[in-house]
Design a binder for this molecule. Structure first.
Ligand code: SF4
Ligand code: SF4
Length: 430
């Protein structure tokens, strides 16, 4: 992508600035969508060197896409930032713990072994401790001294907990059953395994045949946001080829994760903009790839089943809209429609506001920024008066759970799939 093409299209209206996550925590023109585009244009023309200062600036974008949603010229600020991060990676390389993490994402068996030993996701974790003590990034502010609430890996992953095919009941003659594949995502596979278990329970109650594709690999989002395009290429091509091998035998591939879904459906298209044959293959698959609540709400009678229960659970739920669900895929009604059948929903002030997760670099070297972006979200969740905050995204879960912890909040986090499965269980015990 030519940076000047995007930069020249910026009319400097500034509409994006109030919505910008990094600008809200670091009110400086250089850390705003308009500023990023200006600098990228200068870099393309050779007027700006990609030095450590520029690297620091370009790595401070949260890739939340709030700016792209509001921009009158639809400028893809997130895409050009992802692109320049690839140039940064080529020039400076990657920190050892990022290289180790991305290596594990490519090698499922070793990752599974590491998970068993309890190491996955802690590779970044202990580095954070070290970095906070030793590094003084340009935008550094002190953070409250409190242990971070990091998720730990389960000894048995979701993918290793089930057979490849789950067909509970024998088909009766002429019965047409939906066959659904689950793409689980790394955080739900290794850490928040109850999401996948809940999805299996829901699909069983809908009498679907379930296919758990064992050779699926990470969607590549952590590497894409960090600019490691070699890893993205490897993971994306592996997943595309693998999906093609079974796509005609399933009705849908469903994903209980906004970031993974947006990566497979939207970002693969962006990534392959200069590899048209691969882009075409992504387009063909896209018709059958859905976020879990989107498919469950539109393609099944789950909504009716939940409605018929005619039972309200006692907990109040507030729903956070993951950037990769609402802004990138337009999905926000579907989870609310399903949850709302059995729970009281109380909206927080600004469900759209980014939680401040931001990716691997933000969660490690620049955690002070993620911390500052997360506190207003935690405060508005608390002010909503809800018992549970829900979002169909485990990256949001990791960030929001930690922000709530810093806020001494009692609100707990649940994926909507877990809430729906709990409501369905209630039915059985009624
Ligand atoms: S993607 Fe988000 S953080 Fe980055 S420039 Fe746009 S609004 Fe700001
Ligand atoms: S809204 Fe778009 S055109 Fe306006 S300043 Fe921001 S990036 Fe430029």
């Amino acid at each position: 992508m030519i940076f000047t093409d995007v930069s020249d299209e910026c009319i400097k209206c500034g509409k994006c600035i109030p919505t910008c996550t990094i600008h809200n925590v670091n009110a400086d023109e250089v850390t705003s969508p308009r500023g990023f585009l200006d600098l990228l244009g200068a870099y393309q023309k050779g007027d700006l060197e990609l030095d450590k200062n520029a690297k620091d600036i370009f790595e401070s974008c949260f890739l939340c896409t709030a700016c792209t949603e509001i921009c009158p010229n639809d400028l893809p600020v997130d895409m050009v930032i992802e692109q320049v991060r690839n140039d940064i990676r080529k020039k400076y390389g990657l920190a050892w713990y990022k290289r180790a993490f991305f290596f594990l994402l490519r090698h499922r068996k070793i990752m599974d072994f590491m998970a068993k030993m309890g190491y996955v996701f802690q590779t970044c974790g202990f580095k954070i401790q070290e970095k906070q003590e030793s590094m003084k990034p340009r935008f550094s502010l002190p953070i409250i001294k409190k242990d971070r609430f990091l998720p730990s890996a389960k000894s048995k992953t979701f993918l290793n907990s089930y057979p490849e095919n789950i067909n509970e009941k024998r088909k009766t003659k002429n019965e047409k059953r939906k066959r659904v594949a689950i793409f689980i995502g790394c955080l739900a596979n290794y850490t928040y395994t109850n999401i996948g278990n809940s999805l299996v329970e829901i699909l069983k109650s809908l009498n679907c045949d379930i296919f758990i594709p064992k050779k699926q690999l990470c969607c590549g989002a952590p590497a894409y946001f960090t600019g490691d395009f070699d890893t993205v290429d490897y993971l994306a091509k592996h997943n595309i080829e693998y999906f093609e091998s079974f796509i005609d035998e399933v009705d849908a591939i469903i994903i209980p994760e906004a970031t993974c879904s947006a990566m497979l459906k939207n970002d693969y298209l962006h990534y392959f903009h200069d590899q048209p044959k691969w882009q075409e293959r992504v387009k063909k698959l896209n018709g059958k790839i859905f976020m879990a609540t989107q498919w469950l709400e539109k393609e099944t009678n789950l909504s009716e089943i939940l409605e018929k229960k005619n039972k309200k659970m006692s907990q109040i739920v507030t729903y956070h809209d993951p950037c990769h669900a609402k802004k990138m895929q337009g999905i926000y009604k579907e989870p609310r429609n399903l949850i709302g059948k059995n729970y009281t929903i109380k909206e927080m002030d600004d469900p759209d506001k980014c939680c401040g997760f931001g990716g691997v670099t933000m969660q490690s070297e620049k955690f002070d920024l993620a911390f500052r972006a997360g506190l207003p979200k935690a405060a508005m969740i608390d002010e909503s008066g809800a018992d549970i905050v829900s979002a169909e995204c485990s990256a949001c879960r990791m960030q929001i759970t930690n922000s709530l912890h810093y806020n001494d909040s009692k609100v707990i986090f649940k994926n909507p799939i877990e809430l729906i499965a709990n409501a369905l269980k209630e039915k059985e015990t009624d």
